[in-house]
Ligand binder design. Structure first.
Ligand SMILES: Cc1cc2nc3c(=O)[nH]c(=O)nc-3n(C[C@H](O)[C@H](O)[C@H](O)COP(=O)(O)OP(=O)(O)OC[C@H]3O[C@@H](n4cnc5c(N)ncnc54)[C@H](O)[C@@H]3O)c2cc1C
Length: 448
């Protein structure tokens, strides 16, 4: 097929091999890799880079993908080196899970990044690679044709309309879930519900020495909070709360965030000279999964398919991992259309496996049993190292890691059984929290 999308002029009709909706990490990964496979790719992003996005802590398993895309050094230039994660208990007493101790082959580091810089690097890299990647163009409607090709309608900021004909369609529209919503595939997560308040601060104390780039995760009775050190001396701080707790919010969101942080004395210790910089933002309940990830003529990647919870910083990695594998999937399908269903099944199985590994830990993260296991880890049969591998994102291919995670689950169950009453109240609390709906909005709240 002729590559008609290389033209930069805005015509009212475009034909291409693949339409990618969304210019976040998932979209830019799949678009770049598809182009490198020789396909013509049109990528549409409704916003303009650089633009704010939440999701600033990356995982070591993401580094090889950045290297493959050719942007690792650029990302190093904007990032803060992250060598581990800590989960303080009892004030600010903490233990660092160092990525260097992971079992598998993941690199011993990752980066903390401002997403406006990170996403811009990935998007510009897609353009440099030859993708016709356009900003300020929103895809309004997608129609999958009987022959499995796509007819899509988009609108530019100028009001101009664009019609796209593509042989295949990749939905990387993030939490907008373009296809998931249109096809009614999106399902609220019944096991987990949470919402978040977050802001950037200056004047927050970092960990000393090599641990200065750690992500710190503090827990409190109604949720947990992150400290993510960013460039320019900023610290991203956010509280992820049970909906029931957030419902109590009255008055200014910034004050509510500061009041919530006071529930974690260890966190507050690091904030004696802290000041909010810019907006305080709120994100409503965001846990969902689509009942299907693929269908005739399309595939969803990243948050367009599912998002559970940010506690293990898995979102960007899952987005880019699914983007990378979706590029191979779409290329294979376009070469062997008769194998579409089988290829999609394998892809879907793989991605769901990774999501499941993180989800098991996420659903139990605030339970007393998990708190005690994370606070005083023991490396019996290398189980702790298996957990570090999970924290590094090694959730897909490593047999030794999976065996340690199974063992960890057994230890979790045994510890729970040894303290049945606590386990039962823990389970009831989780069910009660997930049954409660948060009715707050998704709109950013400007407290500046
Ligand atoms: C509170 C919170 C904290 C988080 N913290 C972390 C973290 O520390 N680490 C981590 O890895 N993850 C984190 N995440 C998750 C992370 O933000 C996402 O998983 C990640 O951004 C997903 O990437 P994506 O490319 O799938 O979607 P996105 O990054 O959301 O990109 C989707 C893009 O599509 C565009 N778009 C949407 N609809 C259309 C349309 N119709 N037409 C054109 N363009 C469209 C959007 O403008 C957007 O740019 C966090 C999430 C939340 C809610």
């Amino acid at each position: 097929m002729e590559n008609t999308t290389d033209s930069r002029t805005f015509a009212d009709s475009v034909s291409c091999d693949v339409l990618v909706v969304g210019g976040g990490p998932a979209g830019s990964t799949v678009a770049t890799l598809l182009k490198r496979r020789g396909l013509s790719v049109l990528q549409l992003e409704k916003d303009h880079h650089p633009r704010f996005h939440i999701g600033e802590s990356l995982l070591p398993a993401n580094m090889p993908i950045l290297e493959e895309l050719g942007v690792l050094e650029e990302v190093r230039g904007i990032g803060v080196r992250k060598l581990g994660a800590d989960f303080p208990e009892q004030g600010d007493r903490y233990y660092t899970y160092h990525f260097a101790r992971a079992l598998g082959k993941t690199p011993p580091y990752a980066f903390q990044v401002k997403r406006e810089d990170y996403d811009r690097i990935l998007f510009r890299n897609a353009q440099r690679s030859g993708v016709d990647a356009r900003e300020g163009v929103k895809v309004d409607k997608v129609e999958i044709q009987p022959d499995r090709s796509t007819l899509a309608h988009a609108t530019a900021e100028s009001g101009e309309k664009l019609t796209i004909r593509a042989r295949y369609m990749v939905d990387a529209s993030g939490r907008d879930t373009l296809l998931g919503s249109a096809l009614k595939l999106k399902v609220k997560n019944q096991k987990h519900q949470s919402a978040a308040i977050f802001a950037h601060f200056k004047g927050v104390t970092r960990r000393p020495g090599d641990e200065a780039g750690n992500i710190s995760i503090y827990r409190f009775d109604y949720g947990w909070c992150w400290f993510i050190p960013l460039s320019d001396g900023l610290m991203s701080i956010g509280c992820v709360c049970f909906p029931e707790y957030l419902k109590q919010r009255r008055g200014r969101t910034g004050e509510f965030l500061l009041e919530t942080l006071k529930l974690m004395p260890g966190a507050v210790e690091r904030m004696a000279d802290a000041e909010i910089v810019g907006e305080v933002r709120v994100t409503g309940n965001y846990s969902y999964t689509c009942s299907a990830m693929t269908g005739p003529g399309f595939v969803m990647v990243g948050d367009a398919f599912a998002f559970v919870d940010p506690v293990f910083s898995s979102g960007v990695y899952l987005a880019m991992h699914s983007g990378k594998h979706a590029a191979a999937l779409v290329d294979d399908i376009l070469k062997n259309p008769h194998r579409e269903a089988a290829l999609q099944r394998d892809f879907e199985k793989r991605i769901r496996r990774g999501v499941r590994v993180f989800s098991w830990f996420i659903y139990r993260f605030n339970s007393p049993v998990m708190r005690s296991l994370f606070a005083s880890p023991r490396n019996v049969l290398k189980v702790e190292q298996g957990v570090i591998s999970m924290l590094a994102g090694d959730v897909f291919d490593s047999g030794p890691v999976m065996r340690r995670l199974h063992l960890f689950k057994a230890i979790y169950a045994a510890t729970g059984l040894a303290n049945l009453r606590r386990w039962w109240s823990d389970l009831r609390e989780r069910r009660r929290q997930s049954a409660t709906q948060f009715t707050g909005g998704n709109t950013p709240v400007d407290e500046a």
